[in-house]
Design a protein around this ligand. Structure first.
Ligand SMILES: [Fe+2]
Ligand SMILES: [Fe+2]
Length: 181
């Protein structure tokens, strides 16, 4: 793992632990999922493609390291690291896309990945502020940000991300909050 990736991973780990503490989630599970989430990041695309085929993952992950790395980590962390907790495995699996009906732990990893101290991009402070008050709102802002970015780059937008945005929009509407679309 590169130095940059290592620092990112520790940043996600600390941020996830803080969010877990704040929102009443298991901090050890948050740390474990954070440590695992990017273990296949930075691996050559051809190797990731091998894993996608070998593990029988959806072909849409072929040639798409951005989406594949979390799915491969989720599919292998049981055998490689003895992880049996399905919530931890799902948090790793959906850390890039999000999904409708995310658990608290999944939200924590998703948001921690977006706001760890090493992150610096337009809009990150808004997500950081939201994360202090309402994790659902932080997820929604980050999802909207991702959708805008992926569309502007003309890249493949996963349906899980679109469904996640609908889910959080509905959830926040039900909570009676104002939010950006
Ligand atoms: Fe990742
Ligand atoms: Fe990450």
């Amino acid at each position: 793992m590169s130095e940059k990736r290592r620092l990112h991973t520790y940043g996600v780990c600390e941020t996830a632990a803080k969010l877990a503490q704040h929102y009443g989630c298991d901090t050890e599970k948050a740390r474990l999922a954070a440590l695992l989430h990017d273990i296949y990041r930075g691996i050559p695309s051809s190797t990731l493609d091998y894993y996608v085929r070998h593990l029988g993952l959806d072909e849409k992950y072929l040639g798409n390291a951005n989406l594949a790395h979390g799915k491969i980590a989720a599919a292998t962390c049981g055998r490689e690291f003895g992880v049996t907790d399905s919530d931890v495995i799902n948090a790793v699996s959906y850390h890039t896309t999000g999904r409708a009906g995310m658990s608290l732990l999944e939200e924590i990893i998703y948001v921690a990945d977006a706001i760890e101290p090493g992150r610096d991009y337009p809009g990150v402070e808004e997500i950081r502020r939201a994360a202090e008050e309402d994790l659902d709102r932080a997820c929604l802002i980050s999802l909207a940000h991702t959708i805008d970015y992926v569309k502007s780059e003309g890249k493949y937008l996963d349906q899980d991300t679109i469904r996640a945005r609908e889910y959080f929009t509905d959830k926040l509407n039900k909570k009676g909050e104002q939010h950006d679309k």
